[in-house]
Write a protein that binds this ligand. Structure first.
Ligand code: GTP
Ligand code: MG
Length: 337
């Protein structure tokens, strides 16, 4: 069956961290990375930090096949560089219909005033390439001889894997409120970032989904323009240890406190049955690197349980540090209950 990881706010909630943890624990047969190079996912393990813009964060599980689905977009230079850095060339598979971005698209976006000045796009060429695809003029992975060795019919192989009882992890990118359809247009990205959009990039139906995990961070961050309710100043964010800098652009992210009401709406729309919350260690002193729920400070546990009561869905995973394994995992409690 398929597990879907979806960002609950404006991206950068820590999908890379949750995906890498779950891959190490669950060892899925396949890890699929949706979206494109405008989203940077961070995975930290054994003292190394990987910033991934193309390869699934589940690569840390050594036998997992790493999949780029038809709805994703790649840039060859970035893909090959990441394959090299992660040593994963033999287990990368790309659907022939994945779109291919070139410098031409990035150049187009740099010249676009709306994207540059107002929307605050990362200008990696993703939107320009996607619009070419819609106009049927983008070249796809199957059109490039240097990608021939990686070709896979992804929906067919995902179904085969499921038929054999295998697990498929699907890693969303960006977040709910950046969705082209459901976010705050025009301050959105060029794709549908919600759970249904993520599945459509893979190309199989919702009936195969088992767990849909919405990932929140213990505070909200946003890059680029657009509304951010409850936004605090950059100095205050620094004082609270909530200052973050974009993986792709290096820009300081805008910050707001966690919002339970937003979280509830997001969980319902994405039909999530679990919540993951990262960076509990930023919000609560004494939560750093904790791996057992009962060892979290009482204040942190109360906060988590308050979210569960208000949202009506269990918080199964709680991030307590950068390392993939710095995680409180309550999934087994669910099954026993
Ligand atoms: P997008 O697809 O771009 O939305 O990215 P993402 O959701 O994968 O998040 P990203 O890696 O861009 O940002 C999250 C940051 O928080 C990274 O620097 C992570 O290393 C860090 N991080 C994630 N989880 C935790 C945690 O539980 N504790 C701490 N201290 N850091 C964390
Ligand atoms: Mg990111």
């Amino acid at each position: 069956m398929i597990d879907i990881l979806v960002g609950g706010f404006y991206g950068d909630e820590g999908k890379g961290k949750v995906a890498s943890y779950l891959a190490l624990k669950d060892k899925p047969e396949m890890a699929v990375r949706t979206g494109s190079i405008n989203a940077g996912h961070t995975a930290v393990y054994k003292g190394r930090k990987y910033k991934l813009r193309s390869i699934p964060s589940g690569f840390l599980s050594p036998k997992t096949k790493l999949i780029i689905p038809p709805g994703a977009l790649i840039k060859r230079e970035i893909l090959f560089k990441e394959m090299e850095e992660t040593g994963t060339k033999e287990r990368i598979f790309i659907d022939g219909h994945a779109g291919v971005i070139t410098d031409a698209e990035a150049e187009e976006e740099r010249k676009n005033a709306l994207l540059s000045n107002e929307v605050g796009s990362t200008k990696q060429g993703v939107g320009a390439a996607e619009s070419k695809r819609i106009l049927r003029s983008l070249r796809l992975a199957k059109d490039y001889p240097e990608l021939a060795q990686f070709m896979m019919d992804v929906p067919a192989e995902v179904l085969k894997c499921i038929d054999n009882g295998g697990k498929v992890q699907v890693e969303g990118s960006q977040g709910h409120f950046l969705s082209l359809y459901h976010g705050e247009y025009p301050y959105v990205t060029s794709r549908n970032t919600t759970s249904s959009g993520i599945l459509s990039e893979v190309g199989v139906g919702p009936g195969y989904a088992k767990d849909i995990i919405v990932i929140f961070k213990s505070f909200i961050t946003r890059v680029g323009g657009g509304p951010l309710s409850g936004e605090i100043g950059q100095d205050e964010a620094k004082r609270l240890g909530m200052d973050e800098y974009g993986t792709v652009t290096g820009r300081q992210r805008r910050v707001a406190p966690f919002d339970v009401k937003l979280a509830k709406d997001v969980v319902r729309i994405n039909s999530a049955n679990q919540i993951a919350i990262t960076k509990a260690d930023t919000l609560f002193k004494g939560a750093g690197k904790v791996r057992q729920y009962q060892n979290l400070p009482k204040q942190a546990r109360d906060w988590i349980e308050d979210i569960e009561r208000n949202v009506g869905v269990p918080v199964t995973l709680i991030g307590t540090g950068e390392d993939a394994l710095d995680m409180v995992d309550r999934r087994s409690e669910l099954i026993e209950e």
